[in-house]
Design a protein around this ligand. Structure first.
Ligand code: GDP
Ligand code: MN
Length: 390
């Protein structure tokens, strides 16, 4: 689960990371009020959306007057901000963060991620911050410093100091960097984070380190024990198709194509999507209904897939191990009737109780198209798509 920049800054500040002073605004007037309240003569107005790359997309601006703050805020509210990290729809801007502008002498990059290979939290840092980590890894890979943290020991002082040295920090900055690294590590570990990123971590004109941007994301499987974090969820930033599916325990990812997929198991779902591509089609979604899918769950899956207006055919592909084909077949028949399906449905069942499952499909008398193999199912799905009017 992602959170907003201002929320990440608040959390990290609590652990000891220095951040600029700022305030949240829900309207242009409030943004102007925040600027006056903060004082000074320059402010940064920042769109709060769950995506990076806001600067380049016009979602961040340094303003010199309160009027400018208000005008820029007015231009942002309600807008769909499209950045390099969003899809073509962008993310809705409903909150702004206004902070006192910092004087930037140098931008560094600092990230904490989970390194699956070493099974440890890994620090990634670079003396060349400001640009996205993907670009940094592509354009300037030699600048990246990586360090893994032994979970039994935690981040040690000497490790943190070593990193500060290789980043070229001097004097008092080294102690500041040690504080920041330890604070981020503690926030990451104590709150079940998956990622902490400060980009840029800046050296100000006075030589101090300040987190100018902050990004945190959290392990959804641990949210049950982190109610304070769970509360930070902002559904306006989520794909409504995905969040509704998630509420019903379905793992769903919306895609661009028109072949709706209802599949059990993430691996089989990926394989099916590949097979659809191979057959010349485009999947409309990834959907894993999980093991032990009851007929009710299958109906829910149908509703989820159909909520996407682009779907012109549905492919059900079940390899039942834990699952039972007869249950799934019942669900398909029930869904067909309840939802009032009008588009073609291809069903491929294999595994536990496959004969019973196929019998249910046959006895239903519904115009369901059955398939034996994955390749057969994908080919039939592609062929069953209604021809688009010329
Ligand atoms: P992102 O583009 O979504 O990652 O948003 P950031 O918070 O990283 O801001 C983008 C860029 O805006 C930064 O890399 C800075 O160059 C600039 N910026 C942000 N805050 C300030 C500030 O206080 N002063 C100045 N001069 N520039 C800032
Ligand atoms: Mn940034």
């Amino acid at each position: 689960m992602d959170i907003h920049e201002y929320q990440a800054k608040e959390i990290l500040a609590r652990f000891g990371v220095p951040v600029p002073r700022g305030g949240l605004a829900y309207s242009p007037e409030q943004a102007a009020y925040r600027a006056r309240e903060l004082g000074g003569n320059a402010w940064v107005v920042k769109a709060q959306v769950h995506a990076g790359g806001r600067g380049a997309a016009g979602g961040v601006k340094v303003c010199k007057t309160v009027d400018e703050v208000q005008a820029f805020a007015a231009s942002l509210f309600g807008k769909q901000l499209v950045t390099k990290q969003t899809d073509a729809n962008g993310k809705g801007v409903y909150r702004l963060w206004v902070e006192g502008a910092s004087d930037i002498a140098k931008e560094l990059y600092l990230g904490f991620v989970l390194d699956r290979k070493s099974e440890r939290i890994m620090i990634v840092a670079s003396a060349h911050g400001g640009m996205e980590i993907e670009d940094l890894a592509h354009d300037d890979p030699d600048s990246l410093r990586r360090m893994t943290i032994d979970p039994a020991v935690g981040l040690t002082e000497f490790q943190a100091r070593e990193l500060a040295f290789v980043l070229g920090l001097k004097g008092g900055q080294i102690a500041q960097m040690v504080t920041i690294l330890k604070a981020c590590y503690r926030a990451y570990r104590d709150l079940d984070a998956m990622m902490v990123e400060i980009n840029p971590l800046v050296i100000t004109g006075n030589g101090d380190l300040v987190a100018l941007d902050a990004k945190m994301s959290f392990d959804t499987n641990a949210l049950f024990r982190r109610p304070m974090i769970a509360e930070l969820r902002d559904r306006s930033q989520e794909d409504p198709r995905e969040s509704t599916a998630g509420d019903h325990g379905l793992s769903y990812v919306g895609l661009e194509g028109d072949i709706g997929c209802i599949i059990n198991g993430a691996g089989l779902a990926m394989a099916t999507m590949d097979m659809i591509h191979l057959a010349g089609g485009e999947p409309a979604n990834f959907l894993d209904i999980g093991g032990g899918a009851s007929p009710e769950r299958v109906v829910r899956a149908f509703r989820t897939v159909l909520a996407d207006g682009k779907v012109s055919v549905i492919l059900v592909n079940i390899f039942a191990g834990i699952n039972r084909c007869d249950w799934v077949a019942q669900g398909v028949v029930q869904a067909y009737k309840e939802v009032g399906l009008t588009i073609p449905v291809i069903v491929r069942l294999a595994g536990t109780n496959v004969e019973e499952g196929n019998q249910i499909i046959q006895d239903s008398g519904l115009p369901l198209i059955t398939a034996d193999t994955l390749a057969d199912a994908a080919a039939k799905a592609v062929a069953a798509r209604p021809r688009l009017a010329a």
